[in-house]
Each structure stands twice: as structure tokens, then as C-alpha cells.
Design a protein around this ligand. Structure first.
Ligand SMILES: [Zn+2]
Ligand SMILES: [Zn+2]
Length: 255
């Protein structure tokens, strides 16, 4: 599996700071996870062919996780897409996208298939002979899911995306022994009260989840713009869980 970080910053997009979006590459699949503003530009920079993307998983309806979606859907049409596009996301996402398309009197020339989510329990979203995808119910200000990708077959690989969320030990069982965990680490430890108030996590909390779930590697992200340097995030996380890594826009993790 290869994880390509397109954006890993919270709240507002800034120069060289893109909001959440990732591609998980596994065999023939290019799974997109979240689609913040500017995702299309980041796809171009990462040299990812748009037509390879057939499944998009949206964690929640905060703007920094899906405001790029309507633009991407429109570009697919301009690029002459014919294949279906599957979008998995919280209940309400279909209405938002369809009303935007209707307001501009545009439509897609390819099937747009929505799977709207509302369950508070983990559920399987996708399964084929090589991979399965299930939700990880998260604890955030609005209805939010993380996603767990697991290979089927001999060579077992797994990836867990958990953002945005506050510290929640309920996810540990689901993500146990995962090869790579991306976990909300919006704040440094000094701002843990703010993390609690906004239902996000700190570096220490992300690392504690990684340690308790015995994952192989932790990737930090969803950084708040209040901090200038990222090294402190890494130092704090490593004090709890040594196999911690910083995400950066356009960084790739092979595992
Ligand atoms: Zn966010
Ligand atoms: Zn959020």
C-alpha cells in the first residue's frame, strides 16, 4: 500500500498548507479519502491521473474535508469521464452535491453513486477480492467516520484513517495491529483543553492511541495553523510512541 498525502492541515487553506485529502494506492485502486479545497491542484502536483479515482470516502461535512468535492466532480465531467464514481459520506452529502449541480444547470455524464452513512457502528462499505473498507466511528463535533482499509489475501496490509476525532479508546479494538495509522493531532499537549473543547486530539493523545492499539506506524496530521513549526508535534508524539512520523503535503508513505 502507498499513502499519498495531498493535504494535512486543518481549517483554512494557506500557501503550501492544504486541507485534508489523501490517496491510498493499493494494486488497481486509488481510494480518495476526504477532499478539501485545492485537492485537484494537489492531484496534479502528485501526478495522479484523475481517471484512476473511482471511490471517494468523506469523513464528515466540515468544509476542510469536502469543499473540493464539487470541483473535482465537475472536472471529471470536463475530462470526459464515463465510469461510475462512488462517493461514501455522511447523510446529507448527496443533497449538497446535487443541489450545487442543479443550481449551475450542470450534470455529470457519468453515474454518480452515493452511499450515505448514518450508522454509529462500524460497517463494511466496500469489498472485493483484494481489499475491504469499513468505517471507524469517531467522536467529533458532528457525525464523523474514519476508514479502515484491509487487504484480503496472503500479504496482509492495513491502513486506518482517523480524523477528525477527540481521544476515544473505543476505536482501539477496530484499529489494532494496523500497519499505518493516521490520527488527528491538531494540537500540541499545551493546548489539550482546546482539543477537548473542539473535539480534536493532541499529539500525546494520538500517540497513546497508537501505542494502545499496537499499530506499526503513526502518522500525525490535521495540524492547527496556530503553530509555526511541526518538529514539536513529532517530539511530543515520539515521547509516547517512537514510530511516529509527520505528514506533509505531497509526502508519500510506502508500507
Ligand atoms: Zn478538519
Ligand atoms: Zn472537523
Amino acid at each position: 500500500m502507498e499513502l499519498i498525502i495531498l493535504g494535512c492541515h486543518s481549517a483554512t487553506p494557506r500557501e503550501n498548507h492544504h486541507t485534508t485529502s489523501q490517496i491510498l494506492l493499493f494494486k488497481k485502486h486509488y481510494f480518495m479519502i476526504d477532499c478539501g479545497e485545492g485537492t485537484q491542484i494537489q492531484l496534479r502536483k502528485a501526478k495522479i491521473n484523475f481517471s484512476r479515482i473511482n471511490h471517494i470516502f468523506i469523513s464528515h461535512l466540515h468544509g476542510d474535508h469536502f469543499y473540493g468535492l464539487i470541483g473535482l466532480i465537475s472536472s471529471f465531467r470536463l475530462l470526459g469521464r464515463k465510469k461510475s464514481l462512488h462517493i461514501f459520506g455522511p447523510k446529507g452529502i448527496k443533497k449538497i452535491i446535487i443541489s450545487q449541480l442543479k443550481a449551475s444547470s450542470s450534470w455529470t455524464n457519468y453515474p454518480l453513486i452515493f452511499s450515505e452513512l448514518s450508522s454509529l457502528k462500524s460497517e463494511i462499505l466496500y469489498e472485493d477480492e483484494i481489499v475491504s473498507v469499513k468505517t471507524i466511528p469517531l467522536n467529533h463535533r458532528i457525525y464523523t467516520n474514519g476508514f479502515l482499509f484491509k487487504s484480503n489475501g496472503k500479504e496482509e496490509k492495513s491502513y486506518a484513517f482517523c480524523s477528525d476525532t477527540m481521544y476515544d479508546e473505543n476505536i482501539i479494538e477496530l484499529i489494532k495491529y494496523t500497519d499505518l495509522l493516521y490520527h488527528d493531532s491538531t494540537f500540541l499537549d499545551v493546548d489539550k483543553d482546546l482539543a477537548k473543547k473542539t473535539k480534536h486530539s493532541t499529539t500525546i493523545q494520538a500517540a497513546t492511541i497508537a501505542q494502545k492499539a499496537r499499530v506499526k506506524k503513526l502518522v500525525l496530521g490535521h495540524y492547527s495553523s496556530r503553530y509555526n513549526k511541526k518538529m514539536k508535534f513529532l517530539e511530543e508524539a515520539k515521547s509516547v510512541f517512537s514510530d511516529s512520523y509527520l505528514s506533509e503535503d505531497l509526502k508519500r508513505f510506502l508500507f
